[in-house]
Design a protein around this ligand. Sequence first.
Ligand code: SF4
Length: 278
Amino acid sequence: MKVTKADALGTCFGVQEAIELVLGADDNIRSDQTILGELVHNPQTVALLEKAGVRIAKDLDDNITTSRIVISAHGAADYVKQKALKRGFTVIDASCPLVMRVHRTIKDFVKKGYFPVVIGQANHVEVRGIVGDLKAYAVISTAEETELLKQYPRIGIVSQTTQPIEHVEHLVSLIKMQNHTDVLFVDTVCKPTKERQTAVHKLAAQVDAMIVIGGHNSSNTKKLKVVCEKKGIKAYHVACADEVNPAWFKGVNHVGITAGTSTPADVIEDVYQYLLTL
Ligand code: SF4
């Protein structure tokens, strides 16, 4: 069976830099860090961090025993960082600069009098950070939800960084067809996400099936799988090589591999090597 990796896949620079920031700390500091939420949505990376003594807390109200709080690559609202400082923690900010660009853009919309809208998943940690300091906003993810925006004359739209760009552009076009005085849209889907989406489109046209590698709670990994399914090929989401089922490949001559933006290179390589043995 032929196995081909997508031209762009796996860990993006934002996630990589966040991991290096946490794991690269001096020995005495490394185990004095608590990450708020998962630094990345990947089980192997989370296990690696825990092994290094780094702790993970759901939020500031968890029982945090370290003196340092790490804000994850997904970012956090300013009020969360301020709250951590007020409670006496040292705040280490591993927010990806491309997520921070979304924070700045949406706050700028509000300053200019636009109603802020995020295209993305309301319960995703990145989106909670983007809207966390705003008094009024909307988070939408479907065509039906664009209907809720008709009442606002001026609208400013950004997107979660890992949304499929076609989906974002489709919702923006629906909003623009409504009767608003003005609609501003800033494309904040990040470059690494776009590169992975373009690469998966290209590879899906050449293979019989696709293995999509990433944490089962990774939003962008799930979306890569959807892209493959829309292209009419079978796609299987696995977190590691152990989850690959050889029975999936009966009659498959060519399988492709893609991976979400928080999947480490060694996990991808394990799956690749395993598939070559089938
Ligand atoms: S997916 Fe994009 S925005 Fe998110 S951490 Fe990676 S580079 Fe940054």
